[in-house]
Write a protein that binds this ligand. Structure first.
Ligand code: ATP
Length: 309
């Protein structure tokens, strides 16, 4: 059972004040793109996991845990528990999504493992775990997991897990510039809090964030130029503080004619919106020469969420 699952880029990531429970209220506009991992689950005597770069991908998989810390393993255990079966499967993860890159690769693998194991261990026509159940289990595993199941473009509220699909028209063409080494999401949030406190914003926290009308209109009308102008990420300043070289990557993409640019999620991957598939191919080729860029990968979105292939 093999499931393909997309990476995400956040088109808007607005971070509200720190809540008492340590989380932030977010407006998180997720967009699924054609960089994808594949998770295969096959019957086995016990639960194991292997991780490799997808064919043709240079993604560095060294940082991915091979034990119960792997989100795909946690997903498999959760499915087994809910079906009341032994977790007997070998999971093989083929990664093309950068690791710790701000594109939710781990969450994507968790979503794929949920679908693959639910199907492997329960092949009834009316399975015990339906789509809504998998979305609920996904939210237990992490705020980004339900979106990896859903795909497309969606607005996430709360911690990002309360999802509403967004209306979009046509296809948008992107380039993703990866960097050597990852950035830890909790560290980037902590840096965001620190910067806000240093700037005095914590004394008077911003109100709850709101969905950008400009962004929603650009999506609904397929207006790439408008979308490029509306991209925002409240974590970007923190990611740039922690990894100043990303400024050079963003500047290089803009100088090469990107319609919009931003750090993807908590970084360090940078996303560039382009006019067309051809423009994306040209921009990727040109950006690949920048000294701060490890790989420049063209991709398009929106694409569907986790699918059995
Ligand atoms: P996000 O955008 O959701 O913040 P990310 O893309 O920055 O996530 P991930 O690739 O999801 O980061 O990985 C973050 C950390 O999660 C890794 O450093 C790794 O230790 C751990 N991890 C657990 N399972 C996986 C997995 N299947 N693939 C990648 N990383 C995993």
């Amino acid at each position: 059972m093999t499931v393909r699952v997309p990476a995400k880029v956040n088109l808007q990531l607005s971070v509200g004040p720190l809540r008492d429970d340590g989380y932030h209220d977010l407006v998180n506009v997720f967009h699924a793109v054609s960089l994808a991992d594949e998770v295969t689950a096959t019957p086995a005597a016990r639960l194991t996991v292997t991780v490799e770069a997808a064919p043709g991908s240079a993604v560095a998989v060294g940082g991915v845990p091979l034990d119960a810390d792997n989100l795909a393993v946690r997903a498999a255990l959760l499915v087994a528990e809910h079906l009341g079966v032994e977790p007997e499967a070998a999971l093989r993860i083929r990664k093309a999504i950068p690791v710790a890159g701000g594109m939710a690769g781990g969450s994507a693998d968790a979503a794929a493992a949920l679908v693959a194991c639910a199907r492997l261990w329960d092949d009834r026509e009316d399975p015990l775990l339906g789509r809504d159940d998998l979305l609920e289990l996904g939210a237990v595993l992490g705020s980004d997991v339900p979106f990896a199941l859903l795909g497309g473009t969606a607005v996430g509220l709360g911690r990002g897990e309360r999802l509403t699909p967004a209306l979009t028209r046509g296809t948008f063409h992107w380039v993703f510039a990866t960097a050597g080494g990852g950035l830890s999401t909790p560290v980037v949030y902590a840096e965001c809090d620190r910067l806000r406190e240093a700037n005095g914003e914590q004394a008077e926290p911003p109100g709850l964030p709101e969905v950008s009308e400009e962004l929603m209109t650009a999506l609904a009308t397929g207006d790439a130029k408008g979308l490029g102008a509306a991209l925002t990420n409240d974590l970007q300043a923190a990611a740039l503080e922690l990894r100043p070289s990303l400024r050079r990557t963003l500047t290089a993409g803009r100088d090469l004619g990107a319609l919009g640019s931003l750090v993807s999620g908590s970084g360090p991957t940078c996303a560039f919106l382009t006019e067309s598939a051809e423009h994306a191919a040209d921009l990727a080729a040109a950006l690949a020469g920048a000294d701060t860029v490890r790989e420049a990968l063209p991709a398009h979105g929106p694409v569907p969420g986790a699918v059995i292939i």
